[in-house]
Design a protein. Structure first.
Length: 326
């Protein structure tokens, strides 16, 4: 039997009862596989890794070692949420690595999008490898592989080979949600008690805000991007749009325009609001947002975010545009 193929008889997990049944089955399977050994997990705070973490904590408790690397490109409050949920609430064996300076120093002056991605990916590998080698008695590597990863890559996608750990470490994989679709992972996460903001987290690129702070990343522009994004998410949530719009975020590009602040000429950045609806991410449409909401978001961003003099709404569908700007 192909263990990487979902059985045709496998029922779709759509209810809490089915999720509980799946959790019980996986807890037993993980305990049988792992025994008394330790498991290492790169915990990004995304849906897949968070659900795997919660499931493994239920199964093996402190035998799971979670490593959360803050690369300085997270959205506002995300690393803090990981620490609160898994460290304080679930009492996980959590290692938090603030590698902000390390990543941003490497990215200084780098404008090419693909080069930025490679630097961020390579540096994450390096940081995770360093933390992995500090641990003793690790025999397993847990991964947030889900079924679309297997279908799309004829095996496990490379980006789920967390950190691309060296072969000499000889970890065996633990992939408890590898036969689930994303919507099923969310149902399981809710059944495990994860907060809605984590279970229904929007798609977020691996390089994080690094591909929304276009061009060469600077700390001040990154700060403005993070604050503007937080305002957008807060106002969408208040307006009840968080679950209605598939993905929404802000972009702060690497150019300035003339503005006026406190009666004086300013030379500041624009903030671009991006919101899209899609079924498969292959094409996407732009929702017609309420004008009053856009005005409220604009007013807040211009009043609260430093270094910004304009707010724009990106009306471009995919295609010819892409969802992300880089």
């Amino acid at each position: 039997m192909d263990l990487n193929k979902r059985p045709e008889s496998m029922e779709r997990i759509t209810t809490a009862a089915l999720a509980e049944k799946f959790i019980d089955e996986q807890v037993a399977a993980v305990r049988a596989q792992v025994g008394d050994k330790k498991v290492l997990l790169a915990l990004s705070g995304g849906v897949d890794s968070s659900v795997v973490a919660a499931l493994l904590i239920k199964a093996i408790g402190k035998q799971l070692v979670c490593v959360h690397v803050n690369h300085g490109l997270m959205r506002k409050g995300e690393s803090e949420q990981v620490i609160e949920v898994f460290g304080a609430q679930m009492d996980a064996n959590l290692i938090y690595v603030d590698a902000t300076d390390r990543f941003l120093d490497k990215l200084a002056g780098v404008a090419d999008p693909e080069t930025k991605r490679k630097i961020i990916g390579a540096e994450f590998i390096e940081v995770f490898n360093e933390e992995a080698r500090k641990q003793e008695g690790i025999s397993f590597l847990a991964q947030g592989t889900i079924y679309p990863d297997i279908l799309e890559s004829d095996g496990v996608k490379a980006h789920h080979n967390v950190g691309g750990l060296p072969e000499d470490m000889k970890f065996e994989l633990v992939e408890p949600v590898k036969l689930l679709y994303k919507d099923e992972v969310r149902v399981v996460g809710a059944a495990l008690g994860l907060p809605d903001s984590m279970v229904n987290r929007q798609p977020f690129p691996g390089p994080g805000l690094g591909v929304r702070c276009t061009g060469a990343i600077t700390r001040d522009r990154l700060h403005s991007l993070r604050e503007a994004d937080a305002i957008l998410r807060e106002e969408f949530d208040k307006a009840g749009l968080t679950k209605q719009v598939w993905q929404f975020f802000t972009v702060v590009p690497d150019f300035r325009s003339t503005g006026v602040r406190d009666g004086k000429r300013a030379w500041d950045w624009p903030v671009i609001i991006r919101a899209v609806n899609t079924v498969d991410a292959m094409t996407a449409t732009v929702p017609e947002l309420d004008w009053a909401l856009l005005k409220k978001i604009t007013d807040r961003i211009l009043a609260e975010v430093p270094g910004v003099c304009r707010v724009l709404y990106d009306l471009s569908p995919k295609g010819p545009a892409t969802i992300e700007w880089e």
